[in-house]
Design a binder for this molecule. Sequence first.
Ligand code: GAL
Length: 684
Amino acid sequence: MSNPLKLTHFLHGGDYNPDQWLDHPEIIDRDFHLFQQAHLNSITLGVFSWAKLEPSEGHYDFSWLDDIFDRAEAQGTHVILATPSGARPRWLAEKYPEVLRVDNHGQRQHFGERHNHCYTSPIYREKVQTINRKLAERYGHRKSLLMWHISNEYGGQCFCDLCQAAFRDWLKAKYHSLDCLNHAYWSSFWSHTYTSWDQVEAPSPLGDQSVTGLNLDWHRFVTDRTIDFFENEIKPLRELTPNIPVTTNFMGGNPPESHVFTDLDYQKFAEHVDIVSWDSYPNWSNDYESTAQLAMKTALMNDEMRSLKHDNYLIMESTPSQVNWHPYNRSKRPGMHEMGSLQQIAHGANSVMYFQLHQSRGASEMFHGAVITNNLSDQTRAFKDVTTVGHDLQQLTGAVATHRRDARVAIVFDYDNMWALDDSRNYANATKQYWRTIQEHYQYFWEHDIPVDIVKTADDLTPYTLVIDPMHFLMDQAFAAKLKAYVHQGGHLVGTYITGIVDRNDLAYQGGWLPDLQATYGLTVQETDTLYPHQHNTLKAFDKTYTTKDYSDLLVLDGAEPLGTYERDFYAGTTAISRHPLEQGAAYYLGCRTDTDFLEDFYRSLDRSLKLTPELPLKKKTPTVSIQVRENATAHFYFVINFSHQATTIQLTQPLTDALTHQPADSTQELPAYGVRVFTDSQD
Ligand code: GAL
């Protein structure tokens, strides 16, 4: 594992926007005092400070930032310095309107909001480089500078003429000829044939939105354009500060689904950052799922972020209390802040950082939770909770050089597949739910403390005993061949309904299922029945009957053996679930969607035969307690977290030290509601 930040302790800090308080230096004085009190060791500066740093074109004022750097340095606090491109000053938009984003109706936006610049505009790129260069020249050698935080939460799309031209160039480089483009987009259908590159336009409600190959390429282009913009941003930083790592804060999707962020291919983007960081805002205590259910989804998001580089990562933002943008902004119950914060550490995060350290007095985020609220007190629950986490992180310093235990189980996730599946004019838009399907497959492993990686198609599959590849609608032949080789070499593979339908251009495979999938799963898929929400079939398997829903593949076996059969409808008696042994390995095909009751039984049987559940020196009584292990060659840290409002106990089956108190741990441990314990065998 690399450690680009060379951290010797966990980071605890967050976004600090002191430019709101420059006329109140006593507030800034007090803030720094409170930072120490709350064990904060890092501040993220300048995320949206462009107008304060360059009040008019070419006129800079760094005096206030110099002062904040001095203060940070005086108390040994790290600085994570942001480039300010996430929100531009008014003068820039007024003088150079091309920096403003154009929507998919061709309408240029007015100045306002944030995260809404054109990613192609040469002027914006130049202005961003200029301010970034100034920052690197001025602060690049400050000893407190730990890392660059590039822009903020990149996202969105621009449809201006410059972006359209860049899109056409991107397509030319990809397809070389219009014939190839026409073939990929199947453009003779509806007489859409392109006869000149100039005719190609980004998808728009005013033009084409039904050419699914075009839609898919647009998604890919938006990722590439954003990365290109990012690369432009970091050029002066790489030149002037080659030893300072760069990151940009990735996002998770919003409630209710706790979905991945869908605009950008983070698997691709992650190759360009030195360390992955992301902003995590689970809506604890909502009214539609249990704390454990949301904890499982949050664990999955953390596993997804860690898997981007298969390395430790950072939580760049989280809230100490509540946010102001969930549909309902619930307070954290007592204990929950520590619970949620240490959960991220348990999965491989090396930081707990917040938005924001001092609450805004006005404007859009005045009601967003903060470490120091408008109450200004150190007696708020949020301040005390943050102090507790800061203390915990200090006690856990020995764990910073560990990483989450290697996984033997992988779930494949692919952005092209997600975009193509979501856009496919088939199945049912309401029930495709690719990410939710991944969550449902992940659940068994989370409940049984079995580490999981979320892998991309380019990853090596051979380290894994079990690979789960759900709803892989868009799959190229090379990946089908990789799956086949994986199973032949002794791997165990689980695939599901709606797999292997289209190629990388979103064109349907001809002549039946891909030969490599047929050979791997030992069957062919004849058709897929899409059910309405209130329709169900039943499945007979493991001597039980399970309800099925949403999708039923009709299968013809060719080498595979049935593990379960449909009980109803015209395909009653045919195979729904199959197993195909291949040399040392086996491929399982789940032809229908079930509830998690079936998945639990199915994965339990695989767990038993493949011995996936790790031997742990702790025994828990309920699946709502999660045990994650961080380790290195000499030490293990067991993070035990109760994601329930009910207290429980756990048993230690070998002597361990309580890593938070450094005392020998009793063998019976009480875990209060939302309680956290960390145990270690470390001798340090
Ligand atoms: C993030 C954003 C921050 C702040 C925060 C509030 O998405 O990066 O600037 O707005 O949300 O939760």
